[in-house]
Design a protein around this ligand. Structure first.
Ligand code: F6R
Length: 273
């Protein structure tokens, strides 16, 4: 098995291992008096990770007072109170449970692309989002899920299909692919766009942890990282070129890959043009 692939028995074991890694990083940085900059994802995959982080905050004194977060993406246009809003989702799953008090995260340290920014101000908003990341020294650990079509953040396969190189994709407004609109239950909501970190933004993180769970992800995990070699039609495949990317997936998501060969063939071959 490759050293950049860990397969856990099930969703809970994957979530616990992810939370452990996040907690070790936060504790290490807290000891050194340094802040920890986390990149966060939404969707069903990291729900267990957030639940475990809340437990570590409540029961094991994990201290978020020096943690700074940047979410990968948010739908646009989308009010914070909308049922699909990633601001709402993150508050409900994580932030509302770990805010306030001595060990709590500070509201001003939470960053999520705005679903409310007016169209003319989107570009400026995206530049400022990247600038803020830089100002705090960049993302230490980026959590990433994978779409059934291989997207990371909302960097869809279509965004690479026209020949745009991945290293030109920074935080920006994007059209969601029809597959994502369906998979994310957006039919009937009118939501067709999002603001997302780019692939290059994600690749700039000092380390990346890609999580995947369940049989629904088995095909794309195999197509992206399996023994056939790296598939660059799947945006997640670019991550194989990141020096500190780790895939942490469960047995069900790993069901289609040849574990002896998986996730190694493309390692190191993704270059900046
Ligand atoms: C969410 C995000 C998406 C999801 C992906 C998987 O912030 O950027 O790329 O990670 O769509 O979603 P789930 O986890 O719901 O299968």
């Amino acid at each position: 098995m490759s050293d950049w692939l860990t397969i856990k028995s099930d969703y809970d074991a994957m979530s616990e291992a992810a939370a452990k890694q996040v907690a070790i990083l936060i504790r290490e940085n807290n000891r050194k008096g340094k802040s920890t900059v986390l990149g966060l994802a939404t969707g069903s995959t990291p729900t267990g990770l957030y639940k475990e982080l809340v437990r570590l905050y409540e029961e094991e004194q994990l201290d978020f007072s020096n943690v700074i977060t940047f979410n990968l993406d948010n739908y646009w246009p989308c009010d914070d109170a909308h049922e699909k809003s990633y601001v709402k989702e993150m508050n409900e799953k994580l932030f509302d449970h770990i805010i306030g008090g001595e060990r709590g995260i500070k509201r001003e340290n939470i960053h999520i692309p705005s679903g409310k920014v007016v169209e003319d101000a989107i570009e400026e908003h995206c530049i400022a989002y990247e600038e803020k990341m830089k100002q705090v020294g960049g993302i230490d650990l980026q959590i990433v899920g994978i779409g059934k079509n291989g997207h990371i953040g909302f960097n869809e396969p279509e965004h690479l299909a026209d020949g745009t190189p991945w290293y030109k994709l920074r935080t920006r407004k994007v059209d969601l692919s029809p597959a994502t609109i369906k998979a994310n239950g957006l039919d009937g909501t009118g939501i067709k766009s999002a603001i997302t970190m780019g692939i290059d933004t994600i690749m700039q993180a000092k380390s990346v942890l890609l999580l995947a769970s369940g049989p629904d992800k088995a095909q794309i995990i195999n197509e992206t990282f399996g023994a056939e070699g790296l598939n660059l039609k799947s945006p997640a495949g670019i991550l194989a070129g990141h020096e500190h990317c780790h895939l942490l997936i469960d047995e069900a998501a790993a069901a289609a890959i040849d574990k002896g060969e998986a996730a190694i063939k493309g390692k190191g071959v993704i270059a900046r043009g």
